[in-house]
Ligand binder design. Structure first.
Ligand code: GSH
Length: 250
């Protein structure tokens, strides 16, 4: 069987497929395309004009969640739980991961400080939910690396670049999420799902957005924004957290 992943260097949905393929030890070819100048051959096989597409023996499959399911159906080293109810729960959290990616896009595209604060609050609310969901590490499902981990590897990767731009307080005090993030950034499959120049490419991409985050990149960290976010967030934080971290993070 020949597997060819049609990819974009920064796309988090592509990374899902790449991480799964690496975890499963499957050989695959990968071709990056320019999404601002989509080749005709790509448009011919991608009905929504989006990456990823996985071409299986010449047959294209689109939508990352579907690609992940296909790889579960056909390749070794299951990343989904065996039990149907557990699988349903994992699928739901994969969907949640896509909602987090939408908030991340909102964050780096926010036109002004108010919009950025709203996106930080939305992200933080989602990670608070996740923190409550995580029970024992190192992975989402305890000792078993699963597709939910596959999906959150690319999510957390964004925040390594955001952290170099400013302190946004998204993960402050969320000990379980932070521990999970730390494990995921060290996982070989997660690391190898992007090229070494990913941080540079992402910074260039953010700079070109002409968003509030692009401005912060040029003028320095958003100290005022963080203070405002923290005070707005304090009540929900106090309800949820038993310990408080003062470490700077994103
Ligand atoms: N629901 C899709 C989302 C894929 C997606 O949004 N891909 C982006 C890049 S990360 C894309 O190709 N965007 C190009 C466009 O929308 O024109 C999936 O899970 O595969």
């Amino acid at each position: 069987m020949s597997l060819h992943l049609i990819s974009h260097a920064l796309c988090p949905y592509v990374q899902r497929a790449a991480i799964s393929l690496i975890e499963k030890g499957v050989t695959f070819e990968r071709t990056d395309i320019d999404l601002s100048n989509k080749p005709d051959w790509f448009l011919a096989i991608s009905p929504l004009g989006k990456t990823p597409v996985l071409v299986v023996d010449g047959a294209p499959i689109f939508e990352s969640a579907v690609i992940l399911e296909y790889l579960e159906d056909t390749q070794p080293h299951a990343l989904h739980p065996h039990d149907a109810l557990d699988r349903a729960r994992h699928r739901a959290w994969i969907e949640f991961g896509s909602a987090v990616l939408n908030d991340i896009a909102g964050f780096y595209s926010a036109p002004d400080d108010k919009a950025l604060e709203a996106e930080v609050a939305a992200l933080r609310a989602k990670f608070l939910r996740l923190d409550a969901e995580l029970v024992e590490g190192p992975w989402f499902d305890g000792h078993r690396f699963s597709l939910v981990d596959v999906v959150f590897g690319p999510v957390f990767r964004y925040f390594d670049v955001f952290a170099a731009i400013g302190e946004f307080g998204v993960f402050t005090g969320l000990a379980r999420v932070r521990a999970w993030r730390h494990e995921l950034e060290r996982r070989v499959s997660v690391k190898n799902a992007v090229s070494e120049d990913y941080p540079t490419l992402l910074r260039d991409f953010i700079r070109r957005r002409n968003s509030y985050l692009s401005q912060i990149m040029q003028t320095g960290g958003p100290k005022k924004t963080v203070t405002q976010v923290r005070s707005a967030d304090r009540r929900s934080l106090d309800l949820v957290l038993s310990g408080r971290s003062t470490e700077p993070d994103v």
